[in-house]
Write a protein of this length. Structure first.
Length: 317
């Protein structure tokens, strides 16, 4: 029996709930917000057997690979992992509402991105479910000309867009729901990249529709990664960047890295080339998580995903 797909596990953060939490924080402050949130997180940790097991698997593999704790992580570290996600929810709310203080964000490796912005050149950004990625909203406000289109594989993009517009009417960030990148979608994205906009796509989750994957080692174990970000960058003939965000002290650190000025996928070595980009992405992700091991927010059987879709058609990603 194959492992359940991450999309069927659910994100457990519905739009209505996020709106309610945003209202609690706006009118009552941080402490009442956390008092509302922590019991919900504890109950979910207690009853969410699949998510709890996924958390322990990740934490224990992080320990074996990098020894970040004094001993083998157990239930206490797993609960703290969930609490870290709860804390990040507040930061997500503040970022989406344009109320996260920019001075609490440290940006690394932004020089290539700034050069691209100055030249009016767009690109593809491959990222993962770590930290508070909604801080790209803060970056979009502070980096003149930065416009971000985020591709997501869930059916909630429209509702989250509505929430984003409610919280921040002048947002330069747009969520786009896609099950696969069709020819029409590729043209639409190409137009935006040519206008100097950026397209962000997750590199750590296999799409709900059957999609091609490649294998790369992550925390000492082979995992399947989607090829979508690299195929998309090759199609659009634009630079490929890595972006990751983790908690740092009382704020966050956002790291950029230019992975390629242009993704090249030679016909004869296409699979090897795709795998090489996935390897680099996995290495960037692992390096970032060593600094903030509780900031990994994939609460599903990560190393089992994509095992039954690895041989799917290369046109579907």
């Amino acid at each position: 029996m194959s492992a359940p797909h991450w999309a069927s596990v659910g994100e457990n953060t519905c739009v209505l709930g996020m709106r309610l939490l945003a209202g609690v924080h706006r009118w009552l402050g941080r402490l009442p917000f956390l008092l509302c949130l922590y019991p919900v997180v504890f109950v979910y940790w207690l009853t969410g057997r699949l998510a709890r097991r996924a958390s322990l698997e990740y934490l224990q593999r992080m320990q074996l690979a990098h020894g970040v704790w004094s001993g083998t992580p157990g239930y206490w570290q797993s609960l703290r992992h969930f609490v870290s996600f709860a804390d990040t929810l507040l930061d997500k709310m503040l970022a989406m509402g344009g109320r996260y203080r920019f001075e609490r964000v440290r940006i690394e490796g932004q020089a290539p991105l700034l050069e691209a912005l100055a030249a009016g050149q767009g690109g593809v950004i491959v990222t993962g479910h770590v930290g508070c990625l909604e801080l790209c909203q803060v970056l979009a406000e502070r980096l003149p000309g930065l416009r971000m289109n985020i591709l997501v594989h869930t059916a909630h993009a429209q509702r989250f867009n509505s929430l984003l517009k409610r919280l921040h009417p002048n947002s330069a960030v747009q969520l786009l729901q896609v099950s696969e990148v069709s020819a029409g979608t590729a043209v639409w994205l190409s137009e935006r990249v040519e206008r100097g906009e950026f397209v962000a796509i997750a590199g750590d989750r296999v799409p709900l529709a059957a999609g091609r994957t490649v294998e790369a080692v992550f925390l000492g174990h082979g995992a399947r990664f989607p090829v979508g970000p690299y195929v998309l960058s090759a199609l659009l003939k634009c630079p490929l960047y890595f972006m990751g965000c983790v908690r740092e002290g009382t704020g966050h650190s956002v790291r950029f890295e230019c992975l390629a000025q242009q993704v090249v996928l030679p016909r004869a070595q296409r699979d090897a080339a795709l795998a090489s980009y996935a390897v680099v992405f996995a290495q960037q992700l692992e390096s970032l998580l060593q600094r903030a091991p509780y900031d990994w927010f994939n609460f599903f059987p990560f190393w089992a995903q994509g095992r039954d879709t690895a041989a799917a058609s290369p046109r579907s990603f």
